[in-house]
Design a protein around this ligand. Structure first.
Ligand SMILES: [Zn+2]
Ligand SMILES: [Zn+2]
Length: 310
């Protein structure tokens, strides 16, 4: 049973989303920073204990815990409203224990109040898949009503597509998985095909969600002049060599996405409630965490996998 430190709250976990990053942590593609470690950074639960000085939430409040667990507040990045690049940041389910558990603690300043319209399971994928996808969407510079390509279509992409549609964008989805193409069309994509298939139009912007560096030149080639490709993943296989033209000339831009700021999180949750977003979730019991991760690895989850407690 973890005890909340000063400024922290403890939640009784109700649901925790499983994310591809949990798989990168479990399989060692991200550095192992502690062991044993409880993964999970899309946590929904109710506050059941307050650490010293914690006043933001009350006992019984439902809150969310996300990937970014703390920042220093003093480094040049924090002071420039770029806390996602903080020199001393910590992370839920990587540097600290996460939500594949009955209880988890979080600094109250990094927790989120959750819109009541979302059930526990539905709210979980908003907390990483949603927030990171939202930051990637902003980093892609796609204009309202523009043409957006999504490469790879899992938990994060299926939420990002809904936000982009709300922005009036036409969305083109490239994924190897036929089931995912059907889901994309169902959610309002204008086109769905395999990576490398000829698109019906040049893209203003693209987001690569799959952790496959080989997709970066594919997305760059599909861009119109002046377009941007955002890379949403925390881990990616090596990028292949690229020709200057047609991949980068014509003022094409490649942008990576590193974690998120709390402002990204608050903005995504507000937008999620306004649209309203409809995450597609597949529920597992906590004891089935390994199966959930294996299903993410083999792309057999429909969209978002969620571990349910009690
Ligand atoms: Zn900092
Ligand atoms: Zn995640």
């Amino acid at each position: 049973m973890p005890e909340p430190d000063a400024g922290e709250v403890r939640v009784r976990v109700r649901a925790c989303g499983a994310c591809r990053t949990d798989l990168h942590v479990a399989e060692g593609e991200l550095a192992q920073l502690r062991s044993p470690l409880i993964p999970g950074h899309q946590v929904v639960g109710t506050v059941d204990s307050l650490g010293r000085g914690a006043t933001r939430f009350g006992i019984g409040d439902r809150i969310g815990i996300a990937w970014l667990r703390s920042t220093c507040g003093r480094c040049r990045f924090c002071l420039a409203s770029r806390e996602n690049l903080c020199e001393r940041s910590t992370y839920t389910g990587w540097t600290h224990d996460g939500g594949y558990a009955e209880y988890a603690c979080v600094p109250e300043a990094f927790a989120y109040a959750l819109p009541s319209m979302f059930e526990d399971a539905e709210a979980t994928p908003l907390l990483c898949a949603g927030i990171i996808g939202y930051r990637a969407l902003r980093r892609s510079q796609v204009p309202r009503g523009g043409r957006l390509g999504l490469y790879g279509f899992g938990s994060s992409a299926h939420i990002t597509l809904q936000v982009a549609r709300h922005w009036g964008c036409a969305v083109y989805v490239a994924t190897r998985e036929p089931d995912r193409r059907r889901l994309a069309l169902d959610l309002g994509a204008s086109w769905a095909g395999a990576p490398g298939d000829a698109l019906p139009a040049k893209l203003d912007a693209a987001i690569v969600f799959a952790p496959a560096g080989a997709l970066v030149p594919v997305a760059l080639r599909d861009l119109d002049k002046g377009g941007t490709v955002a890379l949403a993943g925390i881990h990616m296989t090596d990028l292949p060599a690229m020709a200057y033209e047609p991949h980068l000339f014509w003022e094409k831009t490649v942008q990576s996405v590193t974690a998120n700021t709390r402002e990204d999180g608050e903005a995504l949750l507000a937008e999620a409630a306004a649209i309203p977003l409809r995450p597609r979730v597949t529920r597992y019991r906590l004891e089935e965490a390994n199966r959930a991760l294996a299903d993410i690895k083999s792309s057999t989850v429909e969209a978002s996998a969620v571990l349910m407690l009690d």
